[in-house]
Design a protein around this ligand. Sequence first.
Ligand code: C2E
Ligand code: CA
Ligand code: CA
Ligand code: CA
Length: 275
Amino acid sequence: SKRKGRNRFEYYNAALDERSDVLFNLLQQLRPAVLHNKLAVYYQPLIALETGKVCAMEALVRWPQEDGSLIFPDQFIPVAESSGLINQLGAFVLTEACEYCAYQHSIGNKYLSVAVNLSFSQFRDNSLPGIVKSALQKSGLPAVSLELELTESILADDHGNIRKQLEHIKQLGVQFSIDDFGTGYSNLNYLRAFNAGKLKIDKIFITTLGIDQKHETLVSAIINMAKSLDMQVVAEGVENEAAKAKLVELGCDIGQGYLWSKPIPKHEFDVLLNS
Ligand code: C2E
Ligand code: CA
Ligand code: CA
Ligand code: CA
């Protein structure tokens, strides 16, 4: 009936209000945390499957709380994206990551590169190329040792000026990876033209690899496609030996996942590199 419908509508509105309250409160706390550099960057190793050695690391942001707990990026990155805070957050992560990698180079680990995630909304104004440039200059990290991770949707967007900014950043000598591959829409033609160095297969296809056969054909096809485009293939979400063995069999180059390490703070990463 009409009345029932109206009640339902009012209930829906109340739920919506409550949700926007929660997001508003989160933003109220996130803003000062970002502005005063209170976020933390954790690092997860990428392992060359042939040698078993660390070849790179991915920078992943966390928000430490006063009680010692961490808030994970899936909870606050969307808030940062929709509020414009993402530019400052992104600049912080880039600077931290470049500085830590430059430190590793300074103690002899020059082979190491660092990967930093980029959001669609970091391309909204034209500030990104300048932010990348200044992170490299401040840290002294060679541009080739920085990798930027882009999702398929960023690459698929051919209107706006995203591609222009990407070309600008590329000219600095920075490397690119395609993140979460297999979950989005890819313009395969542009994927080839863009010439990213690495393709990262999304973890939803990897975690059960070697245990059930569901994704094996797809993973194999992605690896072969990436090779034919001269890209290195990274499998993320490698959690066990069975998945790793299957990836080696399929010719995957690099693994990342809890099998080796979860993302850890830099003092723990120092220890991991020396062990
Ligand atoms: P992502 O770029 O796909 O990062 C990989 C996520 O998988 C990370 O989650 C990582 O901790 C998790 N992971 C790694 N190994 C395994 C595994 O073996 N099994 C499983 N189940 N998960 C694994 P995290 O750190 O919570 O980050 C979530 C997402 O937040 C990232 O997904 C990325 O899209 C975004 N993000 C993180 N840091 C940043 C940042 O600095 N800037 C931007 N724009 N986005 C970020
Ligand atoms: Ca990533
Ligand atoms: Ca990913
Ligand atoms: Ca992701």
